[in-house]
Design a protein around this ligand. Structure first.
Ligand code: ATP
Ligand code: MG
Length: 587
């Protein structure tokens, strides 16, 4: 029952994949679809023509015509694979493009980032991303081959059945179980070695780790080579042992079935020879029988082998369809963001990350006036970045409400909301794009503004002294690319933030990588010269709180205090303790 279910599932996915071929390239896919049965039937034509030629020769009748048919069929048989490879290449390109673009578009539809917290989906996403360049090739090569071999097999069996239908049936009876068992064993060894086993993912990681650019320094400094290589070797040996066991099983089962199959082959041969001897059939059938048996066994083997190779890509395409069908519970709002707002209100906000059990923000309430500068402080893990993400609606609150004036954040159109926000994230992006693209992101290009924000972010020197220009690629692994220092990257993120120029600004540890001079300039630039903007800035450096109108002090997900720095020092002993600690450490 389970196997039947698996088989139906496989079949459904196969059909879905074929439909995808048509969706991505209707014309080319039609061409491939027409070519495939043609390729499957041509060998049979050649066999039948050869059979006729022998019959005609033995009967002393003219045979030239059939020889020509044989030559034409053979010529097609030789030529069609090259044509088919070419057309499949075109289809592969189209399908690869189609799949990748639909993946990107789907990601654009998902405005909440909760999908990245779902470990199941996250794994799938990684796999979708990593394999999107080559899976489509497999789908087409094996998908077409399975279909073609299946048709060849069917045509050959039908042809054989015309002479002796029960022989054809008997062949099916012995070959189908053989194929199924072979298929299952193939499947198991494949699963063990390559794909879905946990081991395979570790193996992949270990082998990649020692070659990775990002890890190159620590791997060397802490000499991790021997340990990682040993880990790899041990795991590899263990995995190989499993595979070898499966191979042994495979050999035993296939030997058993081979005996049965060869028995039927032998009987068939005897039956045909005997029919020729008694004069019931002409001698050409012997050539036909030998060739057809050859085709039947090779096509059967190919159906099995290629469908098990295809299986893995079908699992991948299943993930693809799942992702395209993924719906989070994010609902976009319809209101536009108010032109001028008075305040932002957070009321009884609690939050638990999706797919997690731990509440990280508990009943948080506060209100911020337009134009205020709010420092958000608290220990590691107290929920500062989480609060920022909620204020930007990357997640929705589990309980409570965030509103801008009287608009619930959820009712505001997300694109309009994001247009009015800008941010420098704690884990800001380092896009492998040009400097210009890193700054302008989705907005249109204005050279003067780009230069201004780069200067404001403290990158003016970089352009003058370091032979960099706006079109320099910020990635070493691209041609003419370069890399920046950690602090310079942070400044690029700040420039990007300035360029977006939102009404509400979020700075999450924006100066963590900056030197003291740059830090002070940045705070000056962002907080002093930005009267109108409402700014939330997360910081561990309490010296920066002097720029803030108010300090929001988070303690393990709760608000411990929300007031001016001076007041908090008087009223909140925990805050005072934290401040004194830093003061003593630095001054
Ligand atoms: N995606 C997530 N899924 C589940 N839990 C998360 C996720 N991101 C963060 N957390 C948890 O939420 C809590 C608050 O994290 P958050 O990043 O908001 O802290 P933070 O105050 O910004 O800390 P830091 O000062 O280190 O930046 C932490 O306990 C963290 O483990
Ligand atoms: Mg943080």
């Amino acid at each position: 029952m389970k196997h039947l279910q698996k088989f139906t599932q496989y079949f459904k996915e196969l059909i879905q994949t074929y439909r995808l071929f048509f969706k991505s390239a209707p014309l080319v896919a039609t061409f491939v679809l027409l070519l495939t049965p043609l390729q499957a039937v041509i060998p049979l034509m050649a066999v039948a023509a050869g059979q006729k030629v022998i019959d005609q020769v033995t009967n002393h009748s003219p045979f030239m015509e059939m020889i020509v048919v044989w030559i034409v069929a053979t010529a097609f048989q030789q030529f069609l694979p090259s044509l088919s490879t070419m057309v499949q290449g075109v289809l592969t390109d189209k399908l690869t493009g189609f799949i990748n673009i639909t993946l990107m578009k789907k990601s654009a539809d998902l405005q909440s980032i909760s999908i990245f917290d779902d470990s199941k989906y996250f794994d799938d996403l990684q796999m979708l991303r990593d394999d999107a360049s080559w899976r489509p090739v497999n789908l087409i090569v094996f998908g077409v081959s399975v279909l073609q071999s299946f048709l060849t097999l069917a045509f050959m069996l039908i042809y054989l059945a015309r002479y002796n239908w029960w022989l054809a049936l008997l062949l099916l009876v012995v070959m189908v179980p053989q194929s199924i068992s072979y298929y299952r064993i193939q499947q198991q060894s494949f699963e063990t070695m390559v794909e879905r086993s946990k081991n395979a993912r570790y193996l992949h990681y270990y082998s990649g780790l020692l070659l990775d650019r990002r890890d190159a320094k620590e791997v060397r400094l802490f000499n991790m080579f021997p340990k990682i290589i040993e880990k790899y070797t041990t795991l590899f040996k263990q995995t190989k042992r499993d595979v070898n066991q499966i191979r042994k099983k495979q050999l035993a089962t296939s030997s058993l079935f081979v005996v049965l199959t060869v028995g039927v082959f032998g009987y068939g041969f005897y039956w045909f020879t005997n029919s020729v001897r008694t004069g019931a059939l002409e001698v050409g059938v012997l050539l036909m029988f030998v060739s057809v048996i050859g085709y039947i066994s090779t096509s059967m083997a190919r159906v099995v082998e290629d469908s098990s190779l295809l299986y893995d890509s079908l699992l991948w395409i299943e993930k693809y369809f799942n992702f395209l069908g993924y719906q989070d519970d994010f609902k976009n709002g319809t209101q536009s963001f108010p032109d001028d707002f008075n305040d932002i209100n957070v009321k009884n906000l609690s939050f638990t990350y999706p797919f997690s059990d731990t509440e990280v923000l508990h009943n948080v309430s506060f209100s911020v006036k337009s134009g205020e500068k709010i420092a958000v402080v608290g220990e590691n893990g107290s929920g500062k970045s989480t609060l920022v993400k909620l204020l930007m609606r990357f997640y929705d609150p589990t309980n409570g409400k965030i509103s801008v004036d009287n608009y619930d954040l959820k009712d505001i159109n997300i694109f309009d909301l994001h247009k009015n926000l800008s941010a420098t994230f704690q884990d800001f992006s380092r896009f492998k794009l040009t400097l210009k693209e890193n700054v302008i992101t989705g907005y249109s290009f204005n050279k003067d503004r780009v230069n201004n924000v780069l200067k404001a972010a403290g990158l003016g020197d970089l352009l003058v002294n370091d032979h960099l220009n706006l079109n320099t690629m910020l990635a070493k692994d691209f041609e003419n690319g370069t890399d920046l220092s950690g602090g310079q990257w942070q400044k690029v993120a700040l420039a990007r933030d300035l360029y977006a120029d939102g009404k509400i600004e979020f700075l999450d540890e924006p100066t963590a990588a900056l030197d003291a001079k740059s830090e002070s300039e940045i705070y000056q630039r962002f907080l002093k010269e930005n009267d109108k903007k409402t700014i939330f800035f997360v910081t561990h450096r309490l010296s920066a709180v002097r720029f803030a109108d108010k300090v929001l002090f988070l303690d393990r997900g709760k608000i411990s205090g929300f007031d001016t720095h001076a007041k908090l020092l008087q009223t909140n002993p925990k805050y005072k303790e934290m401040y004194d600690l830093q003061k003593n450490a630095y001054l």
